[in-house]
Structure formats: C-alpha cells, structure tokens
Design a protein around this ligand. Structure first.
Ligand SMILES: Nc1ncnc2c1ncn2[C@@H]1O[C@H](COP(=O)(O)OP(=O)(O)OP(=O)(O)O)[C@@H](O)[C@H]1O
Ligand SMILES: [Mg+2]
Length: 365
C-alpha cells in the first residue's frame, strides 16, 4: 500500500498541512521540536487508532482547538481509500471514504505502518505486558479475529478472577469459564506461535545484512503451555492444573495474559550481553521482519516509518539500511540532516518548520 497524501488539521503543532508523498523514500527534515515525529505519529494513529507516544488523546489536539482531524489517501491494488480520524474532547470518529465506522476492528488494517522510533529500545527492559502489547498490536494488523479473541479472553478472565475472589468458589462454573477461555486462547496461542516463527524465518539474516556481523538474533516465545500438540486440550489442562493454586491465591496465575517474548542474541537475552548498537540493530531487524510478516499475511506491503534512526547508526550501516528499504517499501524517514548518499535515490524531501511543511526537492514518483 502507498500513502498518496496526508492532511492534518489542528493535529499537534500543525494548524493545517497537506503533503503529496512519493512511492519511494520521503525524507522529512527539520530542526528539533518542529513537528517531524508528529507527522509520523499521525500515520501511526490512522493505522492503530491510537498514538504510539501517549494515551491521553486530548494532547494530540492542537492547543486551544476543539478537535484534530487526520486524513490520508491510501492506494492499494489500484483502488484508493480515504481514511480519516477526528479526535475530539470526548472521543474520536473514524471514517472510511467519509462514512463513519463504529468498530476499530473495521478500521484497523486499512493502513498498515511499521514504525521504528528510538524509544523502542526500552521494550527490551520493560514489563512483559509491554512486549505482549507489541505482539498483539502487530498480529491485530493482520487479523481482526485475533483482536476479537483477545477481547473475549479478557472479559472471561475478569469473570474468572471475580469468581476466585468470592468466599466459596463455584468450581463447576470455573470449569465452564476455563473451557471458554481455552477456546479463545487456542486462536491466540496459534497466531502468536505463527507470528514468532515467521519473524524468526527472516530476522537473523536481516540482522546480518544490516550489521555485517555474524551474530544470531531472534525472538523466543514464552508460551503458557510447553507442548503445542492439541492446543485446546493442553490449555484446558493447564487451567485445570493450576485451579487449586488459583483458588488459594484468588487470581488466575496462568494463561496467555502471562506470556512474554524474549529478544535474544546468540541464545541469550539481549539485555544481558548486547551493546547499545547491537540492541538498536536487533530492533531494526525485528521491524524489518515485521514488514515481511505483515506483507506476507495480508498480501499488502506496509509503509515503513523511520523516526530519527540514521543519527544512531554509523555511515556504513546507514547506507545498508537505506539500501534495504529503498525498493520494496514506501518509507517516511525523519532526521535533522541526511547523508548525501540518499540524494542519489528516488526520493521526495519535505522541510518541516514550526508546524509547516514545504516540499523542497527530489521528484520521486
Ligand atoms: N497539542 C499540541 N499543540 C501544539 N503544539 C504541540 C502539541 N503537542 C506537541 N506540540 C509541539 O510539537 C513540537 C514537537 O514536535 P515533534 O515531536 O514532532 O518534534 P521533532 O521535529 O520530531 O523534534 P526532534 O528532532 O527533537 O525529535 C513541540 O514544539 C511541541 O511543543
Ligand atoms: Mg522527533
């Protein structure tokens, strides 16, 4: 998919801006605090219906304004769709071709982006919940069914935990809930396993390509069950086995809400031995693997958003990365300055200054 144009009204520090993007590399330059990341954030919002930076959506609305309006035109297999989000003080309205849609699950997937931002590296040290969030976010992009199963599971889990807190627990009711939970978990575990397998098919080679180092990186799935034969039967068994302990502790201790993923370098958690540069390249290889995962599963190439990634790489690796994203993906890349190398390519450049954007050079189809 290609974002043909992006229009912002009262979003962050933009009063009004409209950009015609090219199919290849779109370079967003500007000094600090001018609005480069804000531009990428608007596309993330249209992809996920939320920001990657903040939970309080009111902050996305330009100061003293009643609403923010983000819209883009996405080209996909020769057809064009306009997707739009209007954020106001008491929520948001999502529109496809100007028609409001009620459920986020009908909206997510119209535009798929993969973002690399410097803050992503925190994920290695963060709580498992945050790593699960990343995994959920990516799988949701390819499957609304996954999101539905997650929501189902969360409400069953809440119900089970309420039951466990009661003075006398109704075990027969617990069993009924466990069976229903296992049904949702079967879908979730199946899709998480497939996600990790697909990422691992390409991530080690991508890392070697970016870094030039012969190191093996990958992601390990810490699943709540060990044996993945008959998933449903295994999951029911898992809940049954931990039931007495759950009753004593008055909460559900096992299940997909406790799973995690571990990023590894040569079989060891990256937080233990990887250098800062190696962590950065591991995250980049992961993001590049996500592009392939989403592309493979949806048949549509996502748009790559690279926020401030070049300043953190040495020159050889900058070149390597640019080569890797050049052809197959539409890319928006921000930086305060760019290496000359990039100007030999098919690109379009926009200069951002205090919430205004001007196309400065480059043709770029
Ligand atoms: N709701 C808002 N209303 C008005 N301005 C805002 C709002 N939210 C953020 N800003 C402004 O947006 C600017 C930051 O934009 P952004 O994070 O995109 O900068 P940047 O160009 O990516 O900078 P850097 O190079 O430092 O990363 C700041 O000046 C900030 O005050
Ligand atoms: Mg920024």
């Amino acid at each position: 998919m290609i974002v043909r144009s992006l229009r912002l009204r009262n979003f962050r520090n933009y009063e009004y801006v409209s950009l015609d993007l090219c199919e290849g590399m779109n370079i967003i330059t500007g000094e600090n605090a001018q609005g480069k990341t804000n531009l990428l954030e608007s596309l993330v919002y249209l992809s996920l219906t939320r920001s990657h930076r903040i939970a309080d959506e009111k902050k996305l609305i330009r100061e003293d304004m009643p609403f923010a309006d983000i819209a883009c035109r996405v080209e996909d297999n020769d057809s064009e769709t306009e997707i739009q989000a209007i954020i106001h003080n008491h929520g948001k309205t999502l529109l496809i071709n100007r028609n409001p849609v009620k459920k986020s699950s009908d909206f997510i997937g119209r535009l798929n982006v993969v973002l690399f931002a410097p803050d992503d590296l925190y994920i290695f040290n963060d709580q498992p919940r945050e790593r699960r969030r990343i995994m959920n976010q990516e799988i949701t992009k390819i499957s609304p069914q996954y999101l539905l199963s997650l929501n189902q599971y969360q409400s069953l889990l809440r119900e089970r935990n309420v039951l466990l807190k009661q003075e006398k627990t109704d075990e027969r009711y617990l069993e009924v809930l466990e069976e229903k939970m296992a049904e949702a978990e079967t879908i979730i575990v199946g899709m998480r396993s497939e996600f990790i397998d697909t990422v691992n098919e390409v991530m080690p080679d991508l890392y070697r390509e970016i870094s030039g180092d012969d190191i093996h990186v990958g992601v390990r799935y810490r699943c709540c069950i060990e044996n993945k034969g008959d998933l449903r039967a295994e999951l029911i068994q898992m809940h049954r086995e931990s039931r007495q302990r759950d009753i004593e502790r008055r909460m559900t201790l096992n299940g997909i809400h406790r799973e995690d993923i571990v990023f590894e370098k040569d079989g060891v958690n990256v937080i233990q031995t990887a250098s800062q540069g190696q962590k950065r390249m591991t995250m980049l290889a992961f993001k590049m693997a996500l592009l392939r995962y989403i592309g493979k599963k949806t048949g549509k190439k996502p748009v790559l958003l690279l926020d401030d990634v070049l300043s953190e790489l040495d020159e050889t690796r900058q070149k390597k990365l640019l080569e890797m994203v050049q052809e197959p993906y539409q890319c928006l890349i921000t930086a305060t300055s760019f290496p000359e190398e990039i100007r030999k390519r098919n690109y379009r450049e926009f200069r951002i200054e205090n919430g205004t954007a001007a196309a400065v050079s480059g043709g770029g189809r």
